[in-house]
Every structure is written in C-alpha cells, then in structure tokens.
Design a protein. Structure first.
Ligand code: DGL
Length: 277
C-alpha cells in the first residue's frame, strides 16, 4: 500500500490545497487534518501554533505519512523552520504568500496581500517582502474575522461586506495583483472577482504547492501509484467537516475512491502552552 501524504491546516482552508494535490497526484493516499478545535490560528501566538503543528505532524507520521504538506500560511510562518529542526528526517512542503510572482507581474507596482495577522507579522513573510517586494508597494490586510466566517459556512452577505472594506482602499490605490495569502480565501474567490476591477489578477498559490510536493516526492522516488483515498480528520467534529468537504470540494470528493471521516484524538493535545491562551 502507498504511504500517505499528510496535509494539515487550522480548518477547511487546506482543502483548497488538497484539491490541487489530488488533481496533480490522483494515485496517492492522503491524510487531511483540520484543526477545527483551535481555528483560527491567525491571532494565536507562535508558541501555540508550533505546539499544534508538532502534535499534528507527529500524528500524521504515526499514521505513516511520507511527507507533510503544511497547507496553512500561518502555520508555515510560525512553525515550518522549527518543525524541520524537530523532525529532521521528514520532508515538509510549506506555503507562503505569492509575493514574488505578483511583484514580477505587476504593471502598476502596487500589489495587495490578504493574509492573517500571524502571517503578516512572521519573520518569514517579512523576509519574503525584503527579497521580492523591492521597488514594489505591498498593501496588506489581515482581514480580521474572515476565517471564522468562511469556517462557519453560508454567510455571503457578511463576507462581501467585510471584503468590500478590505478591497476598497487597495483598489483606489491601484492594486493590479492580489495575493491570496491564506488557504481559506480561494473559497471566496467568486466574491473577490465580483468586487475587483477586471484588470486585477487574483493569485492562489495552491497549484504551485501541489507541483512542489510532486517534485519533492519524485526526487525521493516516493510517488505513489494506486487508488485515490483520503482519510479526513477533524480535531473538532468529523460530521461537520464531512458537510464542509461536500460543499467546498464536491468534485474532488466524487473522485476519491475511499473517503473516511474521523475525529482526531483530541487527548493528544495534552500540553497546550496555556499562558498564551
Ligand atoms: N488557512 C490558514 C492560512 O493559510 C489559517 C487561517 C486561520 O486559521 O487563521 O493562513
């Protein structure tokens, strides 16, 4: 049996990455963990996010994962380098806002980045901007309250109202490329497209993350060949996650030959650094 690819996020955001992985690598087994007990990660401390990421990574490795895809910009910013130190034998693929492609494509020299507060404040993101945002104006917004609205499901009017306040100043300044720096946001792309002028490009890095995962596996001769299966885990409620998966990635779900939904063993989180809660 193929060893699985482990994928995790604070919630349903990483499903936007999973659907790209499945498109590119349809002969793999996947494990997907949604940390819905602790979502949103965006305003949590780096220590908490590292702790959650470590527990989930260990769980995925215990289930046999051959690679870990951190399908969360916030967890990548807070924890990826630290995870690589903690698990030196493990291959990780992380994700970060696509500042580089946006900056190189920009005609106006003004780009927008929508990401969580944690991502925007992370050293990783600051260094990314220094390297690739030279001579470019980068307008950021942490879209406070947006991830809970997306996790909560149908609330299109509230989502549009929030996006309107975020996008309006960016549009009036002349943004021509908008980076989705949080994996939850591809699920509201239709609202973004509706609110943005036609000449603004929206950049979703999920396909690039899928390609990177394929490259790492190919380099390690670890590409799988078999029937597509996904075990979904929620640290919250698996039945709720099952509903969200049906709504958000119906085509992917259709394609999966064996999909199971399980509760993540919440007692693995024994040691949450409470002084940060
Ligand atoms: N989906 C996540 C990201 O890419 C985290 C959102 C959150 O939990 O605040 O940043």
């Amino acid at each position: 049996m193929n060893k699985p690819i482990g994928v995790f996020d604070s919630g349903i955001g990483g499903l936007s990455v999973l659907q790209e992985l499945v498109k590119l690598l349809p002969e793999e087994n996947y494990l997907y963990v949604a940390d819905q007990l602790h979502v949103p990660y965006g305003q949590r401390s780096r220590e908490e996010i590292r702790y959650f990421s470590k527990v989930i990574t260990q769980f995925l490795l215990d289930q046999g994962a051959k690679i870990i895809v951190v399908a969360c910009n916030t967890a990548t910013g807070a924890a990826l380098n630290w995870l690589r130190d903690k698990f030196p034998e493990t291959q990780f693929v992380g994700m970060e806002p696509a500042v580089k492609p946006a900056a190189s494509k920009s005609r106006t020299g003004i780009i927008g980045v929508l990401a969580t507060e944690g991502t925007i404040k992370s050293d990783r993101y600051i260094s990314l901007k220094t390297r690739f945002g030279m001579g470019i104006e980068v307008l950021e917004d942490s879209c406070k309250g947006l991830v809970p609205l997306i996790e909560g499901g149908e609330n299109d009017e509230a989502i549009k109202a929030l996006l309107n306040t975020v996008l309006e100043p960016m549009i009036s300044k002349g943004v021509d490329n908008l980076v989705l720096g949080c994996t939850h946001y591809p699920f509201i792309e239709k609202h973004l497209i509706e609110l943005l002028p036609d000449d603004v490009d929206v950049i979703n890095p999920a396909p690039a993350v899928a390609r990177q995962t394929r490259n790492v596996l190919a380099n390690h001769h670890q590409l799988g060949k078999g029937a597509l299966s996904v075990r979904f885990f929620s640290t919250g409620n698996q039945a709720h996650l099952q509903n969200q998966v049906k709504i958000l990635i119906p085509d992917t779900l259709e394609q999966i030959q064996q999909a199971t939904f399980e509760n993540f063993p919440a007692d693995l989180f024994t040691d949450v650094p409470t002084d940060y809660l």
